[in-house]
Design a protein around this ligand. Structure first.
Ligand SMILES: Nc1ncnc2c1ncn2[C@@H]1O[C@H](COP(=O)(O)OP(=O)(O)OP(=O)(O)O)[C@@H](O)[C@H]1O
Length: 615
């Protein structure tokens, strides 16, 4: 499936080196150049990595199998993106600060865990590929993603496996939260099984491209980060742009419901094109969680889901999760099912994994769906600002003040003539043409995004395949920096949403006079022989918007219960799609139909020219 991405003229076709330099100024991301099999990349510690076949394409980069030269095991992967791209930058620095093998091992030891689904980085560096500077990280290789099985099973997983995955992800959350970060994008597509036959008992949470420091002080909605995540599972706090630990827990809960074969209300009601409506639907859902679950599962609400979601719904934005309590919930559920919490994870549905209760619930939901066919909603919405710029690592502020080695400026790339490696000539990505760009008016289009409305763009036949993507601008940690300056804002009430703005035409209805660019991405190249290949399909909508004045927040129904937010003198309305002061909206989105949802967007920030403190 091809990608769809925005692009600006500055980054237009060709001019490799020039384009790379220009990309620094542009708002666009480039797709990575293909790396030839057999290429040797040298990381900043002078470790060498031989590139094998591509095994997956993410929203922003490509993932290759890799091996140490002289070995032929390909038990690593290299994730590579153009140097200017934000997500890999974020991910790399998350790993550098928090997740080296020693950190992971220490956590395992401290918590008595035989294994932990936390990836780690074994190397990183920069390399010029076809004259364009790229960043790469090297990680252990994992196996198939859980989304593959979820889809093969007609959108469900065995119940016992759902609880085992929840338990494993809670461990990973505990690790990440312990580092002061949230993951913010847990989903089946980001959960990978271990690699190899003896590793099937453990699942790994990958993709730290949205990881950020969480908030425990004031609850301050951040319009620039609103709706970050994968819209299906984005937490209520993330809809407001606030990274919290309870948000991660909520995301897990939504996934769990879906893994059990139940369509989430905002998916069922086809609201995904409108983040504000999704947000409102989630607010309602969580505000009366027992009733909500009953309406989804019928009389067969799994006890563990009810208990877990009740717990999450009561968490404060600054609560550190009670991981042990949550673990107990799922351990008890496994006991009740007589389902072992050990051995290979069972991902294909078979008699033991089929749970009568959720089957019943799914049947009930299907019947209900026949009755209720919600109209497709392509209304206006606030999406989010993608704002990142990440050129030189040395310009980054590090919260924890740990020094980070600067990458060497050498070109760390050579190609071997290793006969053991089969020769594959990577497909070149077709160049884009101006007519691929769909222009939309920034004033009239409220950056709404709809899977189906954009489906046509994803057909490889219907579009050429440009190799450019949006670039994110901004500064890392600026939100932290600004925290002290901003007044805490209250979570607005669902009733405060204006979800049916009439001032903005719908995306589908105004394609030609709007200013956002929607482009096809290159055909995604994957090694077809592999069963654990994964890919991302994306649509990027990039809209510049006028600033609008802040309006007072409504007080009712806020699920943010902080004393600070309650006492806020300057509460501001933040979720009303027509009032949020977003200057630029940029959404990357996601396959439709049966695909697993992809991370739609990222907000990445970075401050420049700030000296790091020595450790
Ligand atoms: N360590 C790994 N081992 C094996 N496969 C991997 C590994 N990391 C990633 N992949 C594969 O590549 C796919 C994309 O990876 P990842 O999600 O990290 O990329 P991304 O560009 O951040 O994607 P997105 O942001 O769109 O979710 C994964 O779904 C997975 O199938």
């Amino acid at each position: 499936m091809p990608k769809v991405a925005t692009k600006k003229a500055a980054a237009a076709a060709g001019g490799a080196k020039k384009a790379a330099a220009g990309a620094k100024k542009s708002k666009l991301y480039n797709m990575p150049e293909k790396i030839k099999e057999g290429t040797i990349l040298t990381d900043m510690m002078k470790g060498e990595w031989k590139i094998g076949p591509s095994i997956g394409t993410g929203g922003f980069g490509e993932i290759y199998s890799a091996t140490k030269p002289g070995e032929n095991k390909y038990e690593y992967v290299v994730k590579c993106e153009p140097h200017d791209n934000g997500p890999l930058f974020v991910e790399m620095h998350f790993y550098m600060r928090n997740a080296k093998l020693d950190d992971v091992r220490r956590f395992q030891k401290d918590h008595g865990l035989k294994s932990l689904g936390m990836p780690y980085m074994v190397g990183n560096g920069s390399a010029e590929i076809n004259g364009i500077k790229h960043r790469f990280i090297v990680m252990p290789r994992y196996g198939s993603d859980v989304a593959k099985y979820f889809l093969e099973n007609n959108r469900r997983l065995p119940e016992g496996t759902c609880y085992r995955l929840a338990l494993q992800m809670l461990d990973v959350y505990e690790f990440i939260h312990g580092c002061g970060y949230v993951h913010a994008d847990l989903k089946a597509a980001n959960i990978l099984l271990g690699y190899g036959p003896k590793q099937q008992h453990q699942a790994y949470l990958v993709d730290f491209g949205l990881a950020s420091r969480f908030t425990t002080k004031d609850f301050k909605p951040d319009p620039k980060k609103m709706h970050n995540g994968t819209i299906d599972y984005t937490s209520r706090d993330a809809h407001l742009g606030v990274p919290t630990m309870r948000a991660d827990m909520e995301i897990l809960g939504y996934n769990l419901i879906e893994w059990l074969g139940i369509e989430l209300p905002w998916v069922r009601d086809k609201l995904l094109a409108n983040p504000s409506k999704v947000q409102k639907s989630k607010e309602e859902f969580m505000s009366k969680i027992s009733e909500s679950l009953k309406s989804l599962f019928g009389s067969a609400v799994p006890e563990a889901v009810l208990e877990y979601m009740k717990y999450v719904s009561k968490m404060e934005y600054n609560t550190t999760p009670d991981y042990e309590k949550c673990r107990k919930i799922f351990q008890n559920a496994l006991k009740a099912l007589k389902y072992p919490n050990s051995g290979d994870l069972e991902l294909k549905l078979k008699s033991r994994g089929e749970m009568p209760s959720t089957s019943k619930a799914k049947t009930a939901q299907t019947k209900a769906k026949v009755k209720k066919s919600a109209p497709v909603d392509v209304d206006d919405s606030e999406n989010e600002v993608i704002d990142a710029s990440d050129d030189d690592d040395g310009d980054v502020i590090y919260d924890n003040k740990r020094p980070i080695k600067k990458e060497p400026k050498t070109n760390n790339l050579k190609t071997t003539k290793d006969k053991s490696t089969p020769k594959v000539t990577p497909k070149r990505l077709p160049k884009s043409t101006p007519k691929d760009v769909l222009k939309m008016s920034p004033v009239t289009l409220n950056s709404s995004l709809k899977r189906k409305s954009l489906d046509v763009s994803r057909s490889p036949l219907s579009s050429p395949s440009p190799s450019k993507r949006t670039k994110l601008n901004g500064s890392i940690n600026s939100s932290a920096k600004n925290r002290s300056r901003r007044s805490p804002l209250k979570r607005p009430s669902p009733s405060g949403h204006n979800t049916s703005s009439t001032s903005s035409p719908r995306l589908r209805s105004t394609p030609m006079n709007a200013k956002a660019s929607i482009r096809m991405s290159p055909a995604i190249s994957m090694s077809s022989s592999r069963s654990d290949v994964s890919m991302d399909a994306n649509v990027i909508v990039n809209v510049k918007r006028k600033k609008k004045p802040l309006q007072p927040a409504t007080e009712e129904n806020s699920h943010t219960t902080s004393s600070s937010s309650k006492s806020t003198p300057l509460a501001a309305k933040t979720t009303n799609s027509s009032s949020t002061p977003v200057t630029r909206v940029n959404v990357r989105k996601v396959g439709g139909g049966d695909e697993s949802p992809r991370t739609p967007a990222v907000t990445v920030k970075k401050s420049r020219r700030v000296h790091r403190s020595p450790s």
